[in-house]
Design a protein around this ligand. Structure first.
Ligand SMILES: Nc1ncnc2c1ncn2[C@@H]1O[C@H](COP(=O)(O)OP(=O)(O)OP(=O)(O)O)[C@@H](O)[C@H]1O
Ligand SMILES: [Mg+2]
Length: 195
């Protein structure tokens, strides 16, 4: 399959490409469509989860599996290889645990306004880069689940009306904002989500 990727995206190694359930795929657009169809089903599943413990490893992995499991065999299982982004694979479970504990604390103590809490959580999650691929989409959906299901607030308008997968100006702003957040400057990310 084609490996051309937009700026800030994850490259897959051969082992991970072996996990593709559709062997006939040759171009990026076909893969995007299959993933998008799976995501639609995953979102339907998510909508039905009323009392789920969103801030648990189990839920975080289950959601990834629901979003990508019809396309990738490794969906819902943590990354085992090093990437251009992300912590050492052996650190993933423990770092995720720290993030989930922090998020519980932030919510209990109202450390940040709800939208800021969601984008800080989103950034920490994509920075860990739990899975071989799909981290951006998964982490945007989970940030929205925190807002809508835990905090009773509206979801973030991530795409601002643009096509989410498209390499465009808005994606450039998003990646630049995450890179600023890597250096502890959250102002661009907050501006990106309209704050
Ligand atoms: N410097 C960075 N710091 C933190 N996160 C980053 C950085 N660069 C990229 N990311 C995140 O990694 C994501 C890309 O990872 P991956 O390819 O696993 O996710 P995806 O869901 O397939 O991609 P996309 O978000 O483009 O749909 C980006 O969308 C972004 O969320
Ligand atoms: Mg990707």
């Amino acid at each position: 399959m084609a490996v051309d990727k937009p700026d800030g995206a994850t490259l897959l190694d051969p082992d991970e490409k072996d996990g593709l359930r559709f062997k006939h795929i040759t171009v990026r657009g076909e893969l995007d469509q299959l993933e998008q169809a799976n995501i639609v089903e995953g979102l339907q599943w998510l909508k039905k989860q009323k009392n789920a413990d969103i801030l648990s490893e189990c839920f975080v992995r289950e959601l990834h599996k629901r979003l990508f499991g019809q396309v990738w065999r490794w969906a819902g299982t943590f990354r085992q290889t090093e990437k251009n982004i992300g912590v050492d694979p052996v650190q993933i479970a423990v770092q995720l645990r720290l993030l989930l504990d922090d998020a519980r604390y932030w919510i209990a103590h109202e450390t940040y306004p709800s939208m800021e809490l969601a984008v800080r959580f989103h950034h920490r999650l994509v920075l860990l880069h739990l899975f071989p691929n799909g981290n951006g989409r998964h982490a945007r959906i989970i940030a929205d689940a925190i807002l809508t299901k835990i905090l009773d607030k509206p979801a973030i308008d991530w795409t601002g009306g643009y096509k989410p997968e498209a390499m465009n100006e808005r994606r450039g702003h998003y990646i630049a904002a995450l890179r600023a957040a890597d250096k502890h400057d959250f102002s661009k990310l907050l501006a990106f989500v309209g704050l």
